[in-house]
Design a protein around this ligand. Sequence first.
Ligand code: 5GP
Length: 210
Amino acid sequence: MLNSSVFSRVMKKWSRTRGRLVVISSPTAGGKTTVCAALIKSDRTCVRSVSCTTRRPRKGEEDGVDYYFLGEKAFKEKIKQGFFLEWAKVHDSYYGTPGRYAEDLLKKGKNVILTIDVNGGKQVKRNFKDACFIFLLPPSFNEMLKRIKRRGTESRAAVSLRLSTAEKELKELPAYQYLVINDSLNDAVCRIRSIIKAENSKIKHAKEAH
Ligand code: 5GP
C-alpha cells in the first residue's frame, strides 16, 4: 500500500532538483540580451551567467554586470586554468562562461541562462547532456538590419563581419532543440519560460535517478 515514505522516495527519485543549463544563441541583433534580461526579471528561477570577454566595453556597459572585461593575456591564463565551462573566439574577441558560478547555481536549483555563440553551444552540448538549446531569430532579415543600425555601436566593417558570422551561425540552427522567433518581446519570453518549465517537468533521466 502507498504510504508517505514510499511516495517521498518516488518523488525524490524521479523529479529534478538540479537547475537546467539553458543555451540561447542567435545571430547578431537577434535580441538575446534583451530577451534574457526580460526573462530573468519575470522568472526568479532563471539566472544569467555573466561571461568574460576581451572585447572593449560598449557605451553604458559595466564590468561585472554585462561582462567581466579582461585583457587577452588574463583570458588565456584562465583558459589554461580550466576556469571556463566553454569559451570561443567570436568576431575577433574571446568570450567564455565561468564554470564554478554556473555549477553552484545549478546545484541550488537555478536555471542558468547562457547567451552564447554557436561554437560555445557545441561545447556545452558535448559536456552537459541535459542542457537545453534554444535558437532565437529576429522576425526578418530587414528587422535584423534595422536593429543593428538602431544599436549604432558598430562600424560599417564590424557590421559586415557580424553579417558574415550570422550566415555561418544560421547553419548551426538544426543542432538546437527549439526555435523562438523574437517578434514580440513578451511572446518570446513566454515561450522560453514555457520551454524551461517543460524541460524541468521531464522525468529525471534514468542515469540521474539511480
Ligand atoms: P557581443 O559582443 O555582441 O556582446 O557578443 C558577441 C557574441 O558573443 C554573441 O553571439 C554572444 O552571444 C557571444 N557570447 C557572449 N558571451 C559568450 C560566452 O561566454 N561564450 C561564447 N561562446 N559566446 C559568448
